[in-house]
Design a protein around this ligand. Structure first.
Ligand SMILES: [Zn+2]
Length: 237
């Protein structure tokens, strides 16, 4: 069984209402929210989970700041990774801030959920602008339908709620199983509160809680999508 190392890649900052990150928590309070994607390697495979926002069009969606060093290709080079060497990209979901830099990885196979590809063309009212359809459909995908093994040591499990086709990426490490939840929950406070809070941006609260129940059974270390605490470590585990 392959053991992976997981590197969070910090690629910029948006400012959001805190209640948009954690449902009904501190409405009206603006907070900075890091954009994060992930590089994974077992020493053999080089894998990205999500590809973050493209600075060329991020502004279309939401005010978004990024230093030169936070450009995804530069951020990867800083840890010694050449984008052309990435062999696998897994997208937790297809929102603009998770799936807009696919063009940086010309030699990768891209994995997305069938439900997400169907959902993104007709999302719930008000969520249309979070998807950049021309960018999404420039990529050719390996379509995953539900739970699946992607590589030795990496699998995905469908965890809807934030979007209908969101998936969590499960990664085997030397310290046990890790779960990259995408935006199922953005902040640790959502998972750690009692009762748990859902993402302020969701398609179904019930689906969020059903996905939480599914993840709870896996007994994995869960890493949320937009929490500064993620960046306290350069590498997991
Ligand atoms: Zn999202």
């Amino acid at each position: 069984m392959s053991n992976y190392k997981i590197y969070p890649i910090f690629v910029g900052i948006t400012t959001r209402d805190r209640s948009q990150l954690a449902y009904q928590l501190d409405p009206g309070k603006k907070v900075e929210s890091p954009l994060i994607c992930w590089y994974l390697t077992d020493g053999k495979h080089k894998v990205m989970v999500d590809t973050a926002g493209d600075p060329a069009d991020g502004v279309k969606h939401m005010p978004y700041t990024q230093t030169e060093d936070q450009l995804l290709d530069r951020a990867l080079l800083k840890i010694g990774v050449y984008p052309k060497d990435i062999d696998t990209v897994i997208l937790t979901h297809l929102h603009w801030d998770h799936a807009s830099n696919n063009h940086l990885f010309p030699n990768a196979k891209f994995y997305a959920q069938k439900k997400e590809l169907q959902y993104c063309v007709a999302p719930v009212t008000g969520h249309e602008k979070i998807y950049d359809l021309p960018v999404i459909f420039k990529t050719k995908y390996e379509i995953v339908d539900g739970d699946a093994q992607i590589l030795d040591g990496i699998s995905v499990t469908l965890t809807p709620g934030h979007t209908d086709g969101s998936q969590t990426v499960l990664v085997q490490t030397e310290k046990g199983l890790y779960g990259l939840v995408g935006d199922l929950f953005n902040l640790y406070v959502c998972w750690e509160s009692n009762p748990r809070l859902v993402n302020g941006l969701h398609t179904s609260i019930q689906a969020c809680y059903d996905s939480y129940a599914k993840l709870e059974k896996l007994n994995a270390f869960l890493l949320p999508g937009h929490d500064y605490r993620i960046l306290e470590k350069k590498c997991y585990p």
